[in-house]
Design a protein around this ligand. Structure first.
Ligand SMILES: [Zn+2]
Length: 174
């Protein structure tokens, strides 16, 4: 797929278009954050497993709000872009910020798919397919356990990871 929009990151500052610090998590911080994961979350986020269809807690979540990375808190998708794909997994037609998603070719299971990962912590989120609705024609197919949901206008802590890593990180707010 054409993921060129994901490469327009401001590499000078490492800050996404919506103002989030995308500096990669070091292995030690990633390990610390992963200690809070359940076994199922660990299997999906770290070991690239897929949760069973129609079982995830966000498949039928119709509340307004924001979905963020379960591990590092980076905003990933907004409820405005969520649609019922009938696939059994929460589905979105566009990310909250294209800079927050990394695209990786996935040739596992005898298929060629495009895996999506969190741009900041590199955790597995799901896959993206080209059979989605307009305006993008894309279907971002997510594992519920890969995300945290913040209802209403709630935003995840801007720098969950960065705050743990270093008090000297830049903290520009969009
Ligand atoms: Zn993340």
């Amino acid at each position: 797929m054409n993921a060129s929009t994901a490469t327009q990151l401001n590499t000078t500052t490492g800050v996404s278009r919506s103002g989030y610090d995308l500096a990669a998590l070091g292995p030690e911080l990633r390990r610390q954050l992963a200690q809070s994961l359940t076994p199922e979350e660990r299997q999906v986020l770290l070991d690239h497993a897929t949760e069973r269809a129609f079982c995830g807690r966000f498949v039928d979540n119709h509340l307004d709000g924001l979905y963020a990375c379960r591990l590092c808190g980076l905003p990933l998708f907004r409820s405005l872009a969520k649609f019922d794909s009938g696939s059994g997994w929460p589905s979105f037609f566009e990310p909250a910020d294209p800079d927050h998603i990394r695209y990786v070719e996935d040739r596992s299971h005898g298929m060629v798919r495009t895996e999506i990962r969190c741009r900041r912590c590199d955790c597995h989120l799901g896959h993206v397919f080209v059979d989605g609705p307009q305006p993008t024609g894309l279907r971002y197919c997510l594992n519920s356990v890969a995300m945290s949901f913040f209802a209403g206008d709630g935003e995840p802590a801007q720098y969950i990871a960065a705050a743990m890593a270093s008090a000297s990180s830049p903290t520009s707010i969009p």
